[in-house]
Write a protein that binds this ligand. Structure first.
Ligand SMILES: Cc1cc2nc3c(=O)[nH]c(=O)nc-3n(C[C@H](O)[C@H](O)[C@H](O)COP(=O)(O)OP(=O)(O)OC[C@H]3O[C@@H](n4cnc5c(N)ncnc54)[C@H](O)[C@@H]3O)c2cc1C
Length: 382
């Protein structure tokens, strides 16, 4: 007879793996983790190519967080390699730091103009500040700042957004524009988080260690539909919210990506981890894994990302489309999910229908166990 589990966790990405680890190691629960893919790790999965180099099949994943708690938690399963991600944008024929900073201006504008704009930014926002382009464009009484806001919006953001989302910037949630920063310094690190590092042996090794526990059984190549309901008491579902309900209220819209992986016959590839192409081509960015992994070879492994529409069943659902209509539809499904309270919990970037960075997915798993699952276990035992 097949074994019975306290919990079924659907999806072995960061949300599911964290939840499973805390339930098993922290609370002594018996956990079955399934994933329809042939590996754990979700989109953060990495593996070695034929030449033994680590790469990320689902696109470049750079770890960064401001949370000491999340960094410490993951440090239980990996050592780290310090890494500051840097991005250059191909703008008006030059490669300039992105987010746009004081050096980007120097490379693109005549010297006197770059000086004047830099002085104005420092004056208004202070050295080291990160105002958004929305802040600059809102400075209606300052022609210099408005010019800069419009320039960055047009040359760095608008066309990139059109490619990334397949729609005009104006049709997206204003929060998206609201987040694009201009950096008032020469700091060219892409992220500003306190902790920035890559797992020293890669993400797959980190996931193997998280899930390596006698109370955790991992079943790969297994879809939720294949698991007999009698095999578990309760479930944490990290798959797509609309999938769970047979998409009965309609498809939640996503943007997908096509990845073109290639090995270039050169030892020195890109000057930094990622180069963005905001204004030309139908791809958005190219990433050179040597920078992310620290592994050097005679050749260079690159990945180019082509944003494409998402078709359920045919492409991967990567980015929830942030619009009023999609929010309303997700709320409809969330109301259906509430009817399953106490039996099925929904968590993760697909089940919450929210874009999460990896640290947020880990945080979601940690707080789910602490705030909802541990109390539910206690209640059932009382
Ligand atoms: C191109 C790209 C680049 C990214 N770069 C970064 C980055 O640099 N830094 C960063 O912090 N974050 C990055 N992210 C975000 C990161 O991938 C997510 O934060 C993380 O993967 C979320 O983990 P999750 O467990 O919630 O979801 P996922 O990783 O998507 O895991 C969900 C899992 O559920 C499985 N599943 C779904 N339905 C079923 C079912 N019915 N039965 C069985 N299994 C099922 C799926 O196969 C999947 O493995 C990036 C995302 C993308 C798309």
């Amino acid at each position: 007879m097949s074994r019975r589990y306290d919990w079924l966790i659907v999806g072995a990405g960061f949300t599911g793996a964290t939840t499973a680890e805390r339930l098993a190691r922290g609370l002594g629960q018996r956990v079955l983790v399934i994933d329809r893919r042939d590996h754990p790790g979700g989109n953060a999965h990495d593996r070695r190519d034929e030449e033994g180099r680590l790469f990320h099949p689902y696109g470049p994943h750079i770890f960064h967080t401001n949370s000491g708690r999340i960094f410490d938690y993951l440090s239980g399963f990996t050592d780290w390699r310090p890494y500051f991600h840097r991005v250059r944008g191909h703008v008006d024929g030059r490669l300039v730091p992105v987010p746009f900073n004081l050096d980007s201006m120097r490379r693109l504008f005549p010297a006197a103009m770059a000086e004047r704009l830099s002085a104005r930014l420092i004056d208004v926002f202070g050295f080291g500040a990160r105002p958004t382009i929305a802040d600059l464009m809102a400075a209606s009484d300052d022609a210099d700042l408005r010019f800069l806001g419009d320039y960055v919006f047009d040359r760095v953001f608008a066309h990139y957004t059109r490619k990334q989302w397949g729609m005009e910037a104006g049709a997206l949630d204003p929060a998206v524009t609201g987040r694009v920063p201009v950096v008032v310094s020469r700091d060219d690190r892409y992220f500003s988080d306190r902790y920035q590092a890559m797992p020293r042996d890669g993400y797959a090794a980190l996931f193997d260690r998280m899930l390596d526990h006698p109370n955790i059984h991992v079943s790969l190549n297994t879809d939720l539909a294949e698991v007999e309901p009698g095999r578990f008491d309760r479930m944490v579902y990290c798959g797509a919210l609309d999938d769970y309900f047979g998409r009965s209220a309609g498809d939640l819209p996503y943007r997908s990506l096509r990845f073109e992986h290639q090995v270039a016959p050169v030892a020195d590839g890109l000057p930094v981890g990622t180069v963005n192409y905001p204004n030309e081509f139908d791809f958005t960015r190219v990433t050179d894994f040597r920078h992310l992994t620290g592994e050097r070879a005679e050749t260079t492994r690159l990945v180019t990302e082509y944003p494409i529409p998402h078709t359920p069943g045919a492409t991967e659902a990567f980015y929830p489309i942030p619009s009023e209509a999609s929010r309303r539809l997700a709320d409809q499904y969330r109301a259906m999910a509430r009817d399953l309270e106490g039996r099925v919990w929904f968590a993760g970037r697909l089940a919450d229908y929210r874009y999460y960075n990896m640290d947020q997915a880990v945080g979601r798993g940690l707080s789910l166990v602490e705030k909802a699952l541990a109390p539910a276990i206690l209640k059932a035992a009382a």
